[in-house]
Design a protein around this ligand. Sequence first.
Ligand SMILES: Nc1ncnc2c1ncn2[C@@H]1O[C@H](COP(=O)(O)OP(=O)(O)O)[C@@H](O)[C@H]1O
Ligand SMILES: [Mg+2]
Length: 336
Amino acid sequence: MKIAIIFDAGSDEWSSQDVAAVVSNVHEVRDVLRRRGHDVELLPVRLGDFRWLSRLRRADLVFNLCEGINGHARFEDFVVGTLELAGVPFTGCRHWTTTISHRKHVANTLLAAAGLPVPAFMLAQGNKTPTDFPLPAIVKPSAEDASVGIDNGAVCTSKRALKKRVALMLEQFEEVMVQEYVAGREFNVGFVGTRMLPVSEINFDTMPEGSWPIVSYAAKWLPGSPEDEGTIPTCPADIDHELAHRIGQVARAAWEHMSEGEGYGRVDLRLGEDGQPYVLEVNPCPDLSSNAGLARMARAFGWSYDDLVMQVVDEALMRSQSHRAADVLVSGASAA
Ligand SMILES: Nc1ncnc2c1ncn2[C@@H]1O[C@H](COP(=O)(O)OP(=O)(O)O)[C@@H](O)[C@H]1O
Ligand SMILES: [Mg+2]
């Protein structure tokens, strides 16, 4: 099969680490696909340059590793939309899922409307600052991911601190969300299509004193920092069957509501004091690197990294076949 891997070509502002992070995953996936006998082409995606689009039309499948264009995450949605319009089979989530999930307050509104447990939240736009929001509260940019804008100051325990934090965040981000702080344990649940992987936990026991047990920007992006060393993932999580079942049920409902069980993703949750798992967010197409969370969950499920990549491929092919079959049925019915 001819498979085109698309990825962000980056920008002049990228550091050598930024480039290496993208390229190393592209190469890992390429190597898996080649080992399985596929003919692989690498297609970097750049702003204003549509050569990738004409070239991918020759592929049987597009493996989408594009997390943005020129480092701008918002363009990820356009790339997925373009793939959908082009009608080529592609890996990962569909346009609707990526677009909605990239605006946390929109996603949370949909999840809450579907009856899913979401911590109370509000949007602080412009000069609007919340006055009577329950404390502690966490302040996060609505349209960012990867813990951008989240550090120890994000959790506010007084009205004054909350007002100050919201004002600070609004200087940098257009839309800022204030959310009830959920104090309990943090879990992640991965999905490939409708298949759920074992529950993973982030352990905060070694977090420096005085730091909130949250996965901050430093925890995700500064290897060796105290926050990185204070956030230790364990998969499978050390939890009893009943709790795993409850977390799994909420995670699955959130995942299927946002993605219709298509593509691959990861649901982040925390336990409330009442033991209720709350959904923090649904991440469509999370990092697929062999050292990232999804691959760890896949290993706990019994899949090698090669298996994970091929499951992602199979899910994409099955989905495109079933969509095609549905199109044939619909056009047959309308012709009759
Ligand atoms: N309502 C909340 N209560 C407690 N911790 C939170 C809450 N929202 C976010 N966090 C912490 O911040 C981290 C990042 O937030 P998240 O909503 O997952 O955004 P993203 O990962 O897209 O930046 C979470 O992993 C969690 O540790
Ligand atoms: Mg998250």
